[in-house]
Structures are given as C-alpha cells and as structure tokens.
Ligand binder design. Structure first.
Ligand SMILES: [Zn+2]
Length: 477
C-alpha cells in the first residue's frame, strides 16, 4: 500500500470515505451491473434507431471525427462545454441555474491529492475533467478528485470556431495553477478536438482543420501548457503513407507558428482508415516531423489493447513496451490515457471501461503503475462516470474518478499475489462481467458475419479465377 503523507492524514476523512467507497462498490456491483445492462440496452436501441451512427462505428467520419472513439460521457461533456463557452440556446435563467448548480458541485472535494513523494514511484494520475464555464475551472475540478495530472478541452469540441480565450480566464487559470500547484509544463494534457483531421486531403477542409489545431496550440502557450494530445486522423480512403505525410506537414507548419508546445499523437484502435492504430503509423509521422523535440506520443491503454497490443501479463506488457521502443522509441512516450476496455483484445473497438472491470483487468494497470519508465508522465483517466440519479436522469459521479485514482496509486508496489490485490481484482471483474459478455457477443457475431462474407467472396473469386487476393487481410492488418 502507498504510504500516506501528513497532508493526507489531516484530510483523511474524505480519503477514508473514498476508500470505503471502493469497498462498497464491490457490494453494490450487482446493482450497478443491472444499471449498466439497462443503460447498455438503451444505447443499443439508440444505435438501432440511428443506423447512420452505427455505420460510423467501423469507419471514421469523413471529416475525420472517429465517432467510434467518442465516449458518451465525453459527448455530453463536449456539448455542455460548447453551450457554456459559446453562448447558448438555453434561456438565461436556466443557464444561471445550471451554472450555479455546477459551481456548487465544482467546489466539492471528493478526495485529497496524494503527495507524490509519499508514493514509491512518481506516478501523476488524474482524469479528463470539465472546463465548462472557463478553462480555469478544470483546475478546481482536478483538485476535487485528488488528481495530480489532468486533461481538458480548451474550447468547444462541437464547433469549428470558438471565441478567443478571454484574458480573465487566462489570468484566473494562472492564479489557480499557483494555488493548486500543478506544473502546467508537465502534468496538464489538453485533448484536441475530434473534429480536426490533420490528414484531411481536401484543401479547404485541411485549412479548417489546421486553423482549429493551431488555435488550440496557441491557447496552450497562452496558458503555459507544454503538452497537447490529439487523434492523428483518418486517411479518408487515401493511402496510409500519404495520410502520415499530410499530418507531419501540418505539424511542421504548426510547430513553426508556435514556440514550445509539444504535440502528442495518440495511438488509436480502429482498423481501415484510422491513422495511428499501429505503432508504425506513429513512427512514420514522427519520421517526417522536422523538430523532433516538438512531437511525441500519448499511449491510450484501451486503444492499444483493442488494436492488438497486449498489456495484461507482465511478459505481454514488457513485450508491448519493448515493441514501442523498437518501433517508435520510448523517448517519445510523453503521456498515458488510462482506460480499461469493454471490448476484447484485438477487437478494434473503442469502448472505455472503468479500471479493473474490463478485458484488460487490474493486472494490466499493476504492470503500468510499477513500470519505472512511466514515472513523471501525466496519466489521465477517460473512464465512464455516468450513473442513473434517483430521478432516473443520468448524472456524472466524479467520485468514481477520485476512487480510481486512489486505486491506481495503491497498486504501486503492491504484491499481486496478496489477498488484498486478489479481492480487488475479483470484485472489479465481477462488476464488469455483464458488460464484457455483451460486447464479446457483439464482437463474435461480427466475426461470424465477416467470415461468412469472406467465404462468399472466396467462392466468387474462385469462380472468377484466382486473380484477387483476400481483401479482408488489409482490414485485419
Ligand atoms: Zn484516449
């Protein structure tokens, strides 16, 4: 177990509460499981009602928005942030009410921050928090969940054009940074817009994407933030090689137009047109970036696993890290997104699960938390926190993040053979069992369908002659 700092002792009430909350969670797993099933079946109904959206689950959006990678939680947050940052269609009174309710929630500390010096390894763990009402609010939100690192959106994720960063927000951001002593050069990791696709081949759309991207980088510099994470993009049907070249060219332009911000490519999990599912894509982009000190990688554990990079056993984890080093280079690894996966290994589906409840499981995170080379990097949870409130409405339960941060910190130096670890591992796996089974069935069904399609195609092509090679190979590659 992690040793506790004196600061934590003083504030230990909320910490203890959060600890007991973790235990309670095991007990209430069955209840939550049922809730999850209800939510999941609702989502399925919605998917069926909206086949267009479902279609995008395998193919990225034409504008580069890989809808597959969008977590419903993020979706909601993005809309909220959009409304509040952009001026909104909501009536003013309602807006005020929402804002004041939000303010109250924002000021609720759910867990104390763990002093990094009290940990056996310097792991800076946090979550992607909301910056609704102004980027400065993200700092309080991060502090409230006991985060030592955090991510945020710098502007609305729904719109191409946003009002400039207000001086007041900037001043408050710097003041809050000081007050909460976060190092903006190391442990704050803004997330890029999902609308932006730097691989865009269409000249007009490429300009739109670049302008929005550059605007984000300029916001980073105004806020004193060094790291910036974004999804590489989509080929749009063009070759992977040309897509990587376009991304690198845009990065070179953006680096010249700014001074210090380091752009981090996120590894992805989709197949086909998605850029970044293979470490080789990341390598090929980096190879074409002129200033290597301005580019790096943010490794998303869920994406890596779903893309076919195993992290579960110590051996598999070591092999994946070794492969990253061989292909990309460990020196480029600058940040992590910590997410478990609701979808099985190599399924190419992007479904974030709460830590320990997914197919990755607690052992994968034990491997990560005890890997020396990852010390000092920002590690950001993007796990689901939506729950059904007493009135049946979906509400965000930020206590989940507060607990996950403490859980991850507790894995540092923990013995995986200990009863404490095994009990936690079992309880969390039980909690996610229904959801894992559901997604496994979906994946199996799709594989069956694909196999049938492939068999049919083979028959046809055999009739034709043997001139065509199997086209599903490129999909699985
Ligand atoms: Zn991510």
């Amino acid at each position: 177990m992690a040793r506790r700092s004196s600061r934590q002792m003083v504030q230990s009430k909320s910490a203890t509460e959060s600890k007991s909350h973790i235990l309670e969670k095991g007990v209430s797993a069955a209840v939550n499981g049922i809730k999850a099933v209800v939510n999941a079946s609702k989502a399925e109904v919605n998917e069926r009602k909206n086949p267009k959206r479902k279609a995008t689950h395998t193919e990225p959006h034409v504008d580069g928005e890989d809808l597959d990678s969008i977590d419903p939680t993020e979706d909601k947050e993005r809309e909220e942030e959009g409304d509040q940052l952009q001026g909104t269609k909501k009536p003013a009174a309602k807006r005020r009410k929402t804002a004041s309710k939000k303010d109250a929630e924002n000021n609720m500390p759910l867990a104390a921050r763990t002093a990094i010096t009290s940990l056996k390894r310097a792991m800076y763990i946090g979550a992607h928090v909301s910056g609704a009402g102004g980027v400065q609010n993200a700092i309080q939100n991060a502090s409230n969940i006991g985060a030592n690192a955090f991510a945020l959106f710098l502007k609305s994720q729904r719109k191409w054009v946003s009002p400039p960063l207000a001086d007041e927000c900037k001043t408050q951001f710097h003041a809050m940074l000081k007050q909460h002593s976060y190092d903006s050069r190391k442990h704050i990791l803004p997330h890029g817009s999902y609308l932006v696709n730097l691989a865009q081949a269409d000249a007009e759309k490429a300009t739109q994407a670049y302008d929005s991207f550059l605007d984000d980088l300029q916001r980073c510099e105004a806020l004193g933030i060094t790291l910036y994470n974004f999804h590489p993009g989509s080929t749009g049907g063009a070759s992977m090689e040309s897509a990587c070249a376009r991304i690198a060219a845009q990065l070179n332009r953006a680096h010249k137009a700014t001074e210090s911000v380091v752009t981090l490519l996120e590894n992805m999990c989709g197949s086909g047109n998605v850029v970044g599912s293979r470490f080789e894509d990341l390598r090929d982009i980096i190879a074409l970036v002129d200033d290597k000190s301005r580019v790096g990688v943010c490794l998303d554990t869920c994406h890596a696993f779903a893309a076919g990079y195993d992290l579960r056993s110590p051996e598999a984890f070591a092999e994946t890290m070794a492969e990253f080093d061989r292909v990309v280079g460990t020196e480029y690894l600058r940040a992590l997104h910590l997410n478990d996966s609701k979808a099985p290994f190599g399924s190419h589906r992007d479904l974030h699960a709460n830590i320990g409840t997914g197919f990755l499981g607690l052992r994968a995170f034990h491997n990560i938390m005890n890997h020396e080379a990852l010390q000092g990097l920002p590690m950001v949870l993007e796990t689901p926190i939506d729950e059904k409130g007493p009135d049946g409405k979906t509400v965000e339960n930020k206590q989940i993040w507060a607990d996950e941060i403490k859980l991850l910190e507790s894995l540092i130096g923990m013995d995986v053979e200990s009863d404490g670890f095994r009990e936690k591992e079992e309880a969390l796996q039980a909690k996610g069992a229904t959801e894992r089974q559901k997604i496994q069935e979906q994946v199996d069904k799709k594989a069956e369908k694909d196999a049938k399609k492939e068999a049919k195609g083979k028959k046809k092509s055999k009739k034709k002659k043997d001139e065509d090679t199997c086209d599903s190979c490129s999909e699985n590659d």
